[in-house]
Ligand binder design. Sequence first.
Ligand SMILES: [Zn+2]
Ligand SMILES: [Zn+2]
Length: 335
Amino acid sequence: MRRTLVLVSVVAVGLGLLLARPDAARQASPDRTGWLWYKGNTHAHTTESDGDSSPEVVTRWYRDRGYQFLVLSDHNVLTNIETLSRTFAVPEQFLLVPGEEVTDAFEKAPLHINGLNVSRLVEPRHGTSVPDILQRNVDAIREARGVPHVNHPNFVWAIAPEHLQQLERYRLLEIYNGHPQVNNEGGGGRPGLEDVWDRLLRAGRRVYGIAVDDAHHFTRPWDPTASQPGRGWVVVRAPRLEASALMASLEAGDFYASTGVELESVESTREAITIRVRPKGETRYRLTLVDANGAHPPVEGLTARFPLEARMRYARVVVRDSNGHQAWIQPVFLD
Ligand SMILES: [Zn+2]
Ligand SMILES: [Zn+2]
């Protein structure tokens, strides 16, 4: 299977209004299959649950900063996007995808799973243990024809790697969540989320890593305890800006996750992963191949071609920049 991923310059990362309408760039440089790349955030809250701003304000924030799609994921509320879409949605420029954060708990452990593109409200199913509750809610989201993503496993240290090992019918796992209290990096004997992801991949689970904002606060940008927007997102390759197409690409791993690193191109085949980073000023980049046996010595620079071998079992690439931002390229499975 050959997956050739060439990014066009529609991916505007934090560059504001100038790139919010990148039609010329889109038409000038589609990749060879005609698919395009769309930047989106799949996790944001509004006043429909515990966010501090209305759905209109939140949607405008993302639309004006060059995102092409957004999922409003309020807690156990399917925020109505019909009216919003009449105001904000523009074909091939900006799309609202229905969504919800199915919010459950086991004792004091918060168990949250986003349902993307659900066809109706999904009520939390509850259950008798962490794995039981997770599975019941994943199944409920699937029954509503939605795509589940498992949220912030280390929030209140609720979801351990062994819980995720048991979970079925999910493809997407938050490996970065922009909320300031979700313990992305692990500690105190608990692994960070990138390590959790590799444990799952080594165990043969086909799981893709996503980065999200989990934005709650749009009115206090000075506050380090606030959950600000603009911290984590995905860039999805799809044939068109349409919810079912985006969902299919997410579940196929046709995307990368980012906290600030932009890519110009990615080519993933069973033979090699080839990456070109889009440079930004004097920022420098380190590209690292990770396989089932661990991390390889990094390549310093803007481009790299990593040859793959079957004994790697899976291979993925992470790009880290000199200012602490990342891009995670999704794994290629070799067995
Ligand atoms: Zn949550
Ligand atoms: Zn949330």
